[in-house]
Ligand binder design. Structure first.
Ligand code: ZN
Length: 143
C-alpha cells in the first residue's frame, strides 16, 4: 500500500491509498480519484508519500505467509504504540511546541500531538518537518 497526499485544483487536500504508483496514475487517468470536498477529478500528488508494507509480488505472498502485507489496523496500532513510547504527547499544543523547538526555546525532542490545518500550513511555511498518520482504531486485543 502507498499513501499519497493529494490536492485538487481548488486546493483541497486529502489522502488517497493505492496499491502502487501505477494504480494511482491509472485511476487518475480514468478520473476515478475525486476530491471528497468538491468532487474535482483534477487531482495531483503533494510530494510527501510514504509506503507501507512490502512491494513483493503476489506469487511470493501466496507461497510464503510471512510475506503477506500486514493488517493495516494492526500496523496502525503498532505505529501508535511506537509513537506513544517514543514521542512526547503535547496534545493540541503540537504546533506551539514544534515552533519552540524549531527556534531553540526548548530542547529538541520528538513530539506528537494534534494540529489544525491552519497550524500545519504555518509549520510548513516555517520549514518544520512533521508527518501525519491516521488515528489508530481502538485496540480490541489484550496484550
Ligand atoms: Zn476540492
Amino acid at each position: 500500500m502507498i499513501v499519497f497526499d493529494l490536492q485538487c485544483a481548488r486546493g483541497h487536500q486529502f489522502e488517497g491509498w493505492f496499491d502502487d504508483n501505477r494504480a494511482f496514475e491509472d485511476q487518475k487517468k480514468r478520473q476515478l480519484i475525486l476530491c471528497p470536498v468538491c468532487n474535482d477529478s483534477n487531482v495531483c500528488k503533494i510530494p510527501s508519500a510514504f509506503a507501507i508494507g512490502s512491494s513483493r509480488t503476489n506469487t511470493e505472498t501466496d507461497t510464503n505467509p510471512e510475506l503477506r502485507p500486514p493488517d493495516p489496523a494492526a500496523l496502525a496500532r503498532k505505529i501508535s504504540h511506537f509513537l506513544e513510547n517514543s514521542f512526547d504527547n503535547v496534545g493540541s499544543d503540537f504546533a506551539k511546541e514544534a515552533l519552540k523547538i524549531h527556534y531553540g526555546a526548548e530542547e529538541p525532542r520528538n513530539i506528537r500531538g494534534v494540529s489544525t490545518s491552519e497550524e500545519e500550513k504555518m509549520l510548513k511555511e516555517e520549514g518544520i518537518r512533521f508527518f501525519k498518520i491516521p488515528a489508530a482504531p481502538p485496540s480490541s486485543e489484550k496484550n
